[in-house]
Design a protein around this ligand. Structure first.
Ligand SMILES: NC(=O)c1ccc[n+]([C@@H]2O[C@H](COP(=O)([O-])OP(=O)(O)OC[C@H]3O[C@@H](n4cnc5c(N)ncnc54)[C@H](O)[C@@H]3O)[C@@H](O)[C@H]2O)c1
Length: 451
């Protein structure tokens, strides 16, 4: 091989061996709900990990052996720091030290409900000046098919480096399910798509060391589509049971009982549950990434839009049910009533309130003249959000007899395990239960209204 060519040549076998032997150094960018568990997994598997985040506060907490995510204990982080398994930084130039760069940054929607890729773009721009030959770059953030190739690749190729020759580009969607004790990052199979066979091989070699199973697919775009398919499936099925809830309620049929019976069918049925609306960083947002991209092909995503419409209407319905219950059961108006929201995180046993329908419900109550407070054992304070500025900084009330007795109605939005439902049902005059948790615990009575 001529000298120049030999210098340019990246030996894929050597890189794969470094992943196999855990001697490679892994960079994780974006140390949030997805990035921090990934950093932890890689560090626990024996890799040396460099965590990168623009949030200096997070970097300092991690380097001091602390944690800011409820289900990842500070003792875990402290142990990994003491064993020198990872370091956190906000200095992107240190990415030159790593063999693989994995991006776990947010992919929200704009106010107009269009994909907001500024986090992905900015992160890629921060990587580009430090990218070096032989590095694997993987996007894990949820996004529409085409993002990795159309948005990231041109930014990374502003230098003389080329994907598939000098560096290797892949997409592998995160399937984190925070708060689910049955699955950790390492036990969830991972879909992997690469820009060419070398990128795919490298990415599979890396993830093979991190998770129980890798599922290679034929292209980056296929891997991007897999993630959206999974989340659209959830959104559409949740919308379906939310619609069934309304229909069955009008017929005097309890949708929860229907689902319990239906799920005894051993094939062809999978239970989804109604609720106060969609929450979290994924299900309310991701489907619209496909809707936006489909417009480029003149295709309307009617199922996705309809599901979005039905799910978006749920918080208002909870408020309407509360207004009716207050009037019928307590003979009073919502205006001036004291409403206690029970559970503000978007789902059971997590501390994440992003996109939570509970926040919308609280705002709707206050817009109608009620005084709304909340109790959440996992969330001491509502963090700053762009969408709900009036709720910023509100603090969780303790679930005391006095606070319950002082409430006209409690609205259960999230069925955390760490809530004393027996006390709630005993002391609160009226309960609106959007999760059927009281009935599930044998606490249903005439003061508990399902919504
Ligand atoms: N949370 C989940 O359960 C979940 C599950 C599957 C997929 N996802 C997807 O994973 C992605 C990340 O979600 P998340 O919940 O971890 O978000 P997050 O907000 O918890 O964390 C993102 C982190 O990225 C950091 N960040 C933002 N811009 C940066 C930049 N330019 N450079 C470096 N760091 C930057 C933020 O400071 C933050 O710490 C999203 O695309 C999301 O859709 C999330």
């Amino acid at each position: 091989m001529p000298r120049q060519q030999a210098e340019d040549y990246v030996d894929i076998d050597v890189l794969c061996a470094r992943f196999r032997q855990h001697t490679a150094r892994i960079g994780v960018i974006g140390l949030g709900y997805v990035g921090l568990p990934l950093l932890r997994t890689a560090a626990e598997r024996g890799f040396s990990v460099l965590g990168v985040d623009i949030d200096r506060g997070k970097v300092d907490v991690l380097n001091a052996g602390g944690s800011y995510i409820g289900h990842i204990g500070a003792d875990t982080i402290a142990g990994l720091r003491a064993a020198r398994r990872f370091e956190a930084t906000d200095d992107f130039s240190r990415l030159r030290e790593v063999d693989a760069i994995i991006l776990c940054v947010p992919t929200p929607l704009t106010r107009q409900r269009e994909p907001d890729l500024t986090f992905v773009e900015r992160t890629t721009e921060s990587i580009a000046p430090h990218l070096r030959r032989g590095q694997l770059v993987v996007l894990e953030s949820t996004t529409y098919p085409g993002t990795t190739r159309e948005v990231m690749q041109p930014i990374l190729e502003r230098s003389t480096l080329r994907s598939g020759r000098d560096f290797f580009l892949a997409y592998s969607p995160e399937r984190e399910d925070p708060g689910n004790p049955q699955f950790a990052t390492s036990s969830i199979p991972k879909v992997v798509g690469g820009d060419g066979p070398d990128a795919l091989r490298l990415a599979c070699a890396l993830y093979h060391e991190l998770v129980a199973k890798t599922v290679p697919v034929s292209s980056i775009e296929t891997a991007e589509a897999v993630k959206l398919t999974e989340n659209i499936f959830r959104s559409v099925n949740i919308a379906l049971v939310n619609e069934l809830k309304i229909v069955f309620e009008a017929m005097g049929i309890d949708v929860w009982e229907v689902i319990e019976a239906a799920k005894t069918k051993p094939f062809g049925y999978m239970p989804f549950y109604p609720g106060p609306g969609l929450g979290g960083h994924c299900i309310p947002i991701d489907p619209f990434y496909l809707t936006w991209k489909a417009r480029e092909y003149d295709i309307a995503t009617r199922f996705i839009e309809l599901a979005g419409e039905i799910n978006t209407a749920m918080p208002r319905r909870v408020v309407d049910k509360t207004i009716a219950a207050l009037s019928e059961r307590a003979g009073r108006a919502l205006n001036g009533a004291q409403v206690l929201i029970v559970g503000v995180a978007y789902k059971r046993n997590v501390d994440d309130p992003r996109e939570s329908p509970a926040l919308k419900i609280m705002e709707f109550f206050e817009q109608r003249g009620a005084k709304a407070s909340f109790h959440d054992p996992h969330l001491a304070q509502i963090p700053q959000t762009r969408e709900h500025p009036t709720l910023n900084g509100r603090r969780s009330l303790p679930l005391t007899e006095a606070n319950l007795a002082a409430s006209d109605v409690a609205v259960i939005c999230t069925d955390h395990d760490a809530i004393d439902y027996a006390l709630l049902v005993e002391k609160c005059p009226l309960i609106i239960d959007t999760r059927n948790v009281c009935a599930r615990r044998g606490l249903g009575n005439e003061r508990v209204i399902k919504a």
